[in-house]
Design a protein around this ligand. Structure first.
Ligand SMILES: Cc1cc2nc3c(=O)[nH]c(=O)nc-3n(C[C@H](O)[C@H](O)[C@H](O)COP(=O)(O)OP(=O)(O)OC[C@H]3O[C@@H](n4cnc5c(N)ncnc54)[C@H](O)[C@@H]3O)c2cc1C
Length: 469
């Protein structure tokens, strides 16, 4: 690590952006004894706590509770037909939670010994930047400025909102058109569809949520259609009218999609504007900072980057994992490489979709001798709580019986997928998992049952076997 007085730099490490990646980088740097600072242009919540995962999860989980309760008449709950949603109260609750998560962040960073600057930094030299009138120098930098919602150049785009405005809505519409078919589009689409809104998803590509196992995607779309959603692919949007009608070319035919709210969710490009990165010699790739496997800029060795600013994959655990790697490599030399091979991810659709490892198609492309096991939730202990939608799909190597990918669509998929990730990290085989003890009756058993030859519970197992026969 550098010595401040020797090198006449203000800081050993300066982190730009105090979102998930920036905070974790700065915290790692001080834990390594580095003289560190962080610069944040906006608030200290970052996307995850302020505009992304946390507010989204609050909205989705509340709607899920509503939808489950609404359909619980057959379980003995009464007056469920008159159940309603007060969206303004949900968003007020969300605001309260977000505020409590984010308010302490700045002082937490300061208490840890990190110098915190608020403002818009601009590189004015290789090791130098300005924040307003102030000039700051540092030996090393971590760029962690995240990403921003894309606003494609479509006529009438001003009549559409992005996810950032969606989470602050005070009421919800009767009809919503979503331009885009990725994670955020599907999550907000399912959220409002389960609240009773008519939702149309307009996706430019040939499939929604690419990078998802085909069979699982089909099952999710089927569930969405049953919930009243429309899915249109190969769509090119022509214009959005003031009355929120979206005119689009769908497979060569012009169609109009009337709506009350248009959500545009067409990706999140890295946020590097205004940093003047060229002054530091930083090269970009597809709009993000171009780095090697150590998260080091390929053109400016004293600059590292972490999180959404690198492009994809854009998930909070990735940002939280990459920040410390970037800081550590910047301060102590390139020792730590990034490995995202066993990253569990979740789409918070209703029900949720959790995935880890390879899809069946990717596993085949990679030359594995692929075998597959599947189990519908309706043939597992999830029936006890009436959670019958969805399925588990296990992709495994036929020779070694090691798991290559696990795909779970159904209740609590967001939690069950963590068990699958642990099993894969530990290199467990199908037999190891299928013969393991587990508590009964639980929804997560669906994963163990899917791996087992004979469903492990005597009573329900017999039901499954009789249905398989
Ligand atoms: C609607 C939505 C839902 C999501 N849901 C999930 C989910 O369920 N699970 C999940 O894992 N991920 C989810 N994500 C993705 C996740 O939020 C991001 O991957 C993660 O927050 C990225 O962290 P980051 O630190 O790279 O960027 P950010 O958190 O965006 O932090 C970047 C910070 O840099 C600051 N900044 C920007 N420019 C400058 C500048 N020039 N100078 C100084 N500071 C600057 C910004 O103000 C910000 O505070 C979601 C995202 C969205 C939008």
């Amino acid at each position: 690590m550098s010595n401040k007085s020797e090198h006449k730099m203000d800081y050993d490490l300066l982190v730009i952006g105090a979102g998930t990646a920036g905070k974790s980088a700065a915290l790692k740097a001080v834990s390594l004894g580095a003289h560190s600072a962080i610069v944040e242009e906006n608030g200290f919540a970052g996307t995850c706590l302020g505009k992304g995962c946390v507010p989204k999860k609050i909205l989705v989980s509340t709607v899920e509770l509503y939808w489950r309760t609404k359909h619980a008449g057959q379980l003995g709950l009464t007056r469920v037909e008159s159940l309603g949603i007060d969206w303004a109260t949900i968003t007020a609750w969300k605001d309260q939670m977000v505020e409590s998560f984010s308010s302490d962040t700045k002082s937490l960073l300061e208490r840890q010994g990190i110098k915190v600057f608020q403002g818009a930094p601009k590189f004015t030299g290789k090791n130098k930047l300005t924040i307003g009138d102030r000039i700051i120098t540092a030996e090393k930098f971590v760029i962690a400025t995240g990403s921003i919602p894309a606003r494609p150049t479509i006529e009438g785009i001003e009549w559409a909102i992005t996810s950032e405005e969606f989470i602050d809505l005070k009421s919800f519409p009767k009809r919503m058109v979503v331009i885009g078919g990725g994670l955020i589009a599907m999550e907000f689409g399912f959220c409002l569809a389960r609240a009773g809104v008519k939702v149309a998803i307009l996706q430019r590509g040939s499939v929604v949520i690419p990078h998802t196992d085909d069979e699982i995607r089909d099952a999710l779309i089927e569930i969405g259609r049953e919930a009243g959603m429309e899915f249109h692919t190969n769509v090119s949007v022509n214009r959005i009218s003031k009355d929120r009608t979206v005119e689009a070319n769908v497979n060569g035919t012009v169609e109009n999609f009337p709506s009350d709210l248009v959500l545009v969710a067409t990706g999140r490009p890295p946020n590097v504007a205004n940093l003047n990165l060229g002054e530091a010699g930083v090269e970009l790739e597809q709009g993000g900072v171009k780095v090697n496997e150590y998260l080091q800029s390929t053109s400016a060795p004293h600059v590292y980057a972490a999180g959404d600013v690198l492009g994809k994959p854009q998930h909070t655990p990735v940002a939280w994992y990459e920040g410390p790697i970037a800081a550590q490599n910047a301060l102590n030399g390139n020792e730590h490489k990034v490995d995202l091979s066993l990253l569990p991810t979740v789409a918070y659709t209703i029900p949720a979709l959790g995935q880890v490892g390879l899809t069946e198609a990717d596993a085949r492309k990679r030359g594995y001798k692929v075998a597959v096991k599947r189990l519908p939730f309706a043939m597992s202990p999830a029936v006890v709580t009436n959670d019958t939608e969805g399925l588990v799909k296990i992709v495994y190597d036929e020779e070694t019986e090691k798991l290559l990918g696990v795909h779970i669509l159904g209740a609590r998929a967001e939690d069950i997928i963590q068990i699958a990730a642990v099993a894969m990290r530990g290199g467990l085989t199908l037999k190891d998992i299928g013969t393991m003890h587990h508590a009964f009756p639980t929804i997560s058993e669906v994963f163990f049952w899917a791996c087992a030859d004979i469903p492990p519970d005597p009573m329900l197992g017999l039901v499954v076997l009789s249905q398989r026969a």
